[in-house]
Design a protein around this ligand. Structure first.
Ligand SMILES: [Fe+2]
Ligand SMILES: [Fe+2]
Length: 335
């Protein structure tokens, strides 16, 4: 029986020797490989924009923040804003008010006293954090309306919510200031994908198939095939919504935390939380959860924890309990 061919002098397998005429079987294998992995040619839809910002501006009418968010951001920046000004704006949207109060009363905040008005929520939670929550809740509602035929929208948001609660728990474990920022970043880390699913569904479907449930692989493929990724799109959407610069950076670099300096610990937290969500079997980003995924080694330099702290500690248990509660809060988003 013929043995396995030995590598050539240059260390490469003989199959890849440029001078060798490939055998019939090699050519068949190569043809099958190309059929299996080839993307369809770039559709006209994709040729119309060549950059992430081109796509976001083309669809800005679809993903623009609602008027309530613009007003809330204005109020949060004003020195003279009173709780009742804020309440007046929020109360115009009963659905937003209901979701916000449900969130304020969840174990996410852990307040014993009941928060039953927006004015009370401002007092208890604080204007800065409440502004983040209004933006996050409104963004989930707006982005949930983006039509897509690629992924189940419930699966998408389950992944986002699970990533958000793990990110918040990790932030607490790492003693990061204002862990709620990480909840918001985790919640919106993949929103850029929704634009791709909507605008280039066939390309997105092919990319998802090739990634086989591995979101890191999906990100790499997007960069290769499109020149930008869902993370780039997400960062731009956060900019459009006037989210703080740091949140934009965390979302933009959640697959490449080593490329960001100032917000590296936060980007590392969302990167790690995303991988934990994807390998949990509970909150994978698509129907086929990843078996494993490689954590960027920069995480272990940037954060005062190691993987054992997470696997052995109560974080994943706590995240699971909070996840179930948050699913209830955000289930109102589609209504
Ligand atoms: Fe992602
Ligand atoms: Fe993700």
């Amino acid at each position: 029986m013929a043995g396995r061919p030995e590598p050539g002098a240059d260390g490469r397998h003989p199959r890849y020797n440029d001078n060798a005429w490939p055998s019939i079987s090699d050519r068949i294998i190569s043809a099958i490989y190309h059929v299996m992995t080839a993307l369809p040619p770039k559709p006209d839809a994709l040729r119309s924009f060549e950059t992430a910002s081109g796509l976001v501006s083309e669809l800005s009418w679809l993903v623009s923040p609602p008027a309530v968010c613009t007003k809330v951001t204005e109020l949060a920046h004003s020195q003279r804003t009173a709780a009742r000004d804020f309440e007046k704006v929020i109360n115009r949207d009963p659905n937003l008010t209901a979701r916000l109060l449900k969130l304020a009363n969840s174990s996410y905040f852990g307040y014993a006293a009941r928060v039953d008005t927006v004015a009370r929520a401002v007092t208890v939670i604080g204007l800065r954090e409440l502004k983040h929550l209004v933006l996050a809740v409104s963004a989930v509602k707006t982005f949930s309306k983006i039509d897509n035929r690629i992924v189940n929208v419930n699966t998408f948001w389950a992944h986002s919510i699970y990533c958000a609660v793990i990110a918040q728990e990790l932030a607490k474990l790492c003693h990061v200031l204002h862990p709620e920022r990480l909840f918001v970043a985790g919640l919106l880390h993949d929103v850029g994908s929704l634009l791709l699913y909507h605008r280039v569904p066939e390309v997105s479907r092919q990319l998802l198939l090739m990634a086989e449930g591995d979101e890191e692989a999906l990100h790499a493929r997007e960069l290769e095939e499109l020149g930008f990724s869902h993370a780039d799109l997400g960062g731009l959407l956060m900019e459009l919504w006037n989210f703080p610069e740091q949140l934009q950076q965390i979302v933009r670099f959640h697959h490449q935390p080593s490329l960001v300096d100032e917000s590296r610990p936060e980007a590392c937290i969302v990167h790690f939380a995303n991988i934990l969500a994807n390998t949990s079997g509970l909150g994978g980003f698509c129907e086929a959860p990843a078996d494993s995924a490689r954590v960027d080694p920069v995480v272990w330099d940037a954060l005062p924890i190691d993987e054992g702290d997470v696997q052995a500690g109560p974080i994943l248990e706590q995240a699971r309990a909070r996840y179930l509660e948050m699913v209830q809060v955000f289930s109102l988003c589609g209504s």
